[in-house]
Design a protein around this ligand. Structure first.
Ligand code: FAD
Ligand code: PYC
Length: 418
């Protein structure tokens, strides 16, 4: 049943002038005993899937079930880099669809997600890096994505905060720049999809744990939750780190390993950096949020873990990498660090589509890079649920690639040392 969306310009004026309280962005319903579609996980991908099911396909008897709070998983823990500079044409098609959806998202969802296309620059430190970037840049041009190889002087003009060449452990030779890349506000992406999905009749049930996926005769029948059983003809797994465990309850094995990925921010500073900078030598990366914080991250903790806390040795490595490139950053005070548990697949590409259990659909395995893919992941998954088959763009990311061998190894373009 569609609910009224009261977030119009007239409503803004009325609430502003009268001080009348705003209605809640979403409800806190008890789950019903039956839905057409159950989505497990209210991260960006689960909420976007629910939104596109309702908005594009008119399917609104949908429940998104979240064990914690919406956006409290990796969607609310990431460093918000959006880009489509992957290597293989299949990946570029997927991630570039997402960039294009991000460009219109604030308007489409009537919510400012603060998408800022300030460009993403990957530094080259060696001749080998430059040669790899020439190949990468050519691959992007062939796939229709604009990317420029920059000289050292052009890099320094764009990023004056970089330390002087003679002080750098990894001197800079140039870089690959994607102008359409940038950052967005992560919480806003989750909240915007949640608000619109709720307005169109989707139930978002928080603090409810899916304990198992139920099946009969090779077909999905619903889910068993901490708040009772729910019957559903279609169940979508959007549970990032826990996707493999959930799939196992339906007898499906996913090639996912869970690791901790961490990040940190400094106190807010005056504007000093208006591009996202990533280093291929150390894996460290830096951007400045609209609040002024320097946002940084680097490598994965290289042992499997479900921990959502930062570990000191990896954090030290991240700091060393950042300070090596930006020596003045050593004078900024750190505000906080945190971790997320990310669902890494062997070929560093996501898993989209169906599996051996009829009606069970997967949108997971995004690992260290799924924030940028939220609009596309949601739209393509909704299309699969609605039509019963994957779209052309989603098909290469099916689970069958682990039996056919048609891997899409994007480790080198994932931005994070795996
Ligand atoms: P999540 O947002 O994790 O949502 C899954 C939800 O499922 C969670 O809320 C969880 O509580 C819920 N859930 C799990 N199990 C159950 C259950 N049994 N029952 C009910 N609910 C359940 N990506 C980028 O593109 N750019 C970046 O710059 C970037 N930086 C990152 C930095 C860090 C530190 C981290 C940790 C990740 C980063 N990522 C980045 C990756 C990105 O955050 C994720 O790939 C993306 O957010 C995944 O979204 P999701 O909706 O699949 O998962
Ligand atoms: O996917 O671009 C990315 C990314 C950067 C940092 C973490 N993930």
């Amino acid at each position: 049943m569609p609910r009224r969306n009261t977030y119009s310009a007239a409503a803004l004026l009325r609430h502003g002038l009268t001080g009348q309280p705003w209605p809640a962005n979403w409800g806190y319903p008890d789950p019903k005993s039956r839905y057409d579609v159950v989505i497990i996980g209210a991260g960006g991908h689960g909420l976007a899937t629910a939104y596109y099911l309702a908005a594009t396909h008119g399917i609104t008897d949908v429940c998104v079930i979240e064990r914690g709070w919406l956006g409290g998983g990796n969607t609310g823990r990431n460093t918000t880099i959006v880009r489509s500079n992957y290597f293989y044409p299949q990946s570029v098609a997927l991630y570039d669809l997402s960039v294009r959806l991000y460009e219109d998202l604030s308007r489409d969802l009537n919510y400012n997600i603060m998408f800022s296309q300030r460009g993403v620059l990957t530094l080259a430190h060696t001749r080998h890096d430059e040669e790899m970037q020439a190949r990468w840049s050519n691959a992007l041009q062939i796939s229709g994505v604009k990317a420029e190889q920059l000289s050292e002087a052009e890099v320094r003009e764009r990023v004056p905060l970089l330390g002087p060449q003679e002080a750098l452990r990894h001197p800079i030779r140039g870089g690959l720049f994607q102008p359409a890349g940038g950052i967005a506000r992560h919480d806003a992406v989750a909240w915007a999809y949640a608000r619109q999905a709720h307005a169109m009749g989707v139930d978002i049930v928080q603090r409810c744990d899916v304990e198992a996926i139920t099946t009969a005769k090779g077909e999905v029948t619903g889910v068993r939750t901490s708040r009772g059983d729910i019957i559903a003809e279609r169940v979508v797994i959007c549970a990032s780190a826990h996707s493999g465990l959930l799939a196992e309850t339906a007898g499906v094995s996913l090639p996912i390993t869970t690791y901790t990925l961490q990040a940190a921010v400094t106190e807010p500073l005056q504007p000093v950096l208006d591009t996202v900078v990533m280093s291929s030598a150390t894996g460290a990366y830096l951007s400045q949020s609209d609040k002024g914080e320097l946002v940084m991250g680097g490598a994965l903790d290289l042992y499997p873990s479900f921990s959502q806390r930062a570990s000191l040795p990896t954090l030290e490595g991240v700091m060393a990498g950042v300070i090596d490139l930006f020596p003045t950053a050593s004078r900024a005070r750190m505000l906080r660090s945190w971790g997320g548990s990310v669902d890494v697949v062997y070929d560093s590409s996501p898993i989209l589509g169906g599996c051996a259990v009829e009606g069970l659909i997967l949108n997971c395995g995004w690992g260290t890079g799924g924030f940028k893919a939220i609009p596309a992941g949601g739209a393509l998954t909704a299309e699969h649920v609605a039509t019963g088959r994957p779209s052309e763009i989603a098909r290469p990311f099916g689970l069958d690639r682990f039996t056919t061998g048609a891997f899409l190894d994007e480790g080198a373009a994932s931005g994070i040392a795996h």
